[in-house]
Write a protein that binds this ligand. Structure first.
Ligand code: DGY
Length: 323
């Protein structure tokens, strides 16, 4: 019997490709770059499934051009690259990789918070540039993390992981804002209190963004929101570019209207707004919050398992738009 054909849109672990090969004819992208949209559509011809990695846009036009497609399995928990209503209308299933990356991403959110508050990369650049010649009482003095107020915007699984780290590990007071309030049990386990978005912005010493990107969260943090924050506050984004207005943030950092920022995600990444590159008080990382080796492997395995479970057994593991 001929095996169904699938496409793997970016290079991933060879072991995962080999496992997919036991069930499917696999065409995969072995280049160290993404395909253009036209190339993706051309390669999707005749494929019933595609393994995506978060950067490939699957919308109504792509779906119309690929009528045999039945499933798009994203190796990411975020799925703003999918037009889910269009996929549902075209009867194409979407899957993502929840849970397996929660703790790793929360670890990184905290790492970025610490690096930002304590000016780790800024001081390292200074040292590497040979500028460290003497002790100074105020050299790279930052803000404390322990005992401060941690604000979290978006209190899903990753937000809760960051809250637990802050409350239990660093004695932080945790406040959060979310579309819906957590149950009292969850609030107690995170030691987190629900506040309005305005109170969150005004009160947090360290504000971490962990909300999903959608039309309603586009520029959730812009000039008006930044103006409400304390001049000593730091802002961390491990969610999605587009949630922050990067130009407005660069201006606020340049004018020291907030103290510092730590950003793992950017509007239009992998391009980074030149104004952000020009300010010293920002820690910049290339969208690596989930990038521990075991977690990236677990994400790839779950995306592959979704393809196998759906196309072979009819039952996806983590569907986004089940029938
Ligand atoms: C996700 O899973 O959405 C991450 O951003 C990808 O690393």
């Amino acid at each position: 019997m001929t095996k169904p054909s699938i496409l793997v849109a970016r290079a991933v672990f060879p072991e995962v490709i080999a496992r997919l090969g036991q069930h499917f004819e696999v065409e995969h992208n072995q280049a160290d770059a993404s395909w253009t949209r036209d190339e993706l559509v051309a390669r999707l011809q005749g494929k019933v499934g595609v393994f995506t990695t978060g950067g490939e846009r699957i919308d109504a036009a792509v779906l119309a051009a690929c009528p045999q497609l039945r499933i798009c399995a994203n190796m990411a928990v975020g799925y703003n690259n999918f037009d889910l209503p269009a996929m549902t209308a075209a009867k194409v299933l979407g899957t993502n990789t929840p849970d397996v990356l929660t703790e790793t991403t929360a670890d990184f959110g905290f790492a970025l918070l610490m690096a930002t508050a304590r000016r780790v990369t800024e001081s390292e650049h200074y040292l590497r540039a040979g500028k460290w010649t003497k002790w100074a009482y105020d050299m790279f003095a930052g803000s404390d993390v322990h005992g401060s107020t941690l604000g979290i915007l978006g209190m899903g699984r990753i937000g809760q992981g960051i809250a637990r780290r802050g409350a239990h590990g660093f004695g932080m007071r945790v406040i959060y804002h979310n579309r819906s309030r957590l149950t009292s049990d969850l609030e107690a386990s995170c030691k987190a209190s629900y506040v309005s978005k305005e109170e969150l912005l005004r009160t947090a010493d360290h504000l971490v963004l962990v909300l999903p990107y959608s039309a309603s969260s586009h520029h959730a943090i812009g000039a008006a929101e930044l103006a409400l924050m304390k001049p000593t506050a730091t802002l961390v984004n491990v969610a999605r570019g587009g949630i922050v207005d990067d130009a407005a943030l660069a201006q606020a950092l340049r004018e020291r209207r907030i103290a510092a920022a730590g950003l793992d995600v950017f509007e239009g990444e992998p391009k980074v707004h030149p104004d952000l590159l020009a300010v010293p008080n920002v820690v910049l990382t290339p969208h690596i919050a989930s990038a521990s080796v075991p977690t990236r492997r677990a994400m790839a395995d779950l995306a592959a398992d979704n393809l196998i479970a759906f196309l072979v057994n009819g039952k996806p593991l983590t569907p986004l738009n089940p029938e």
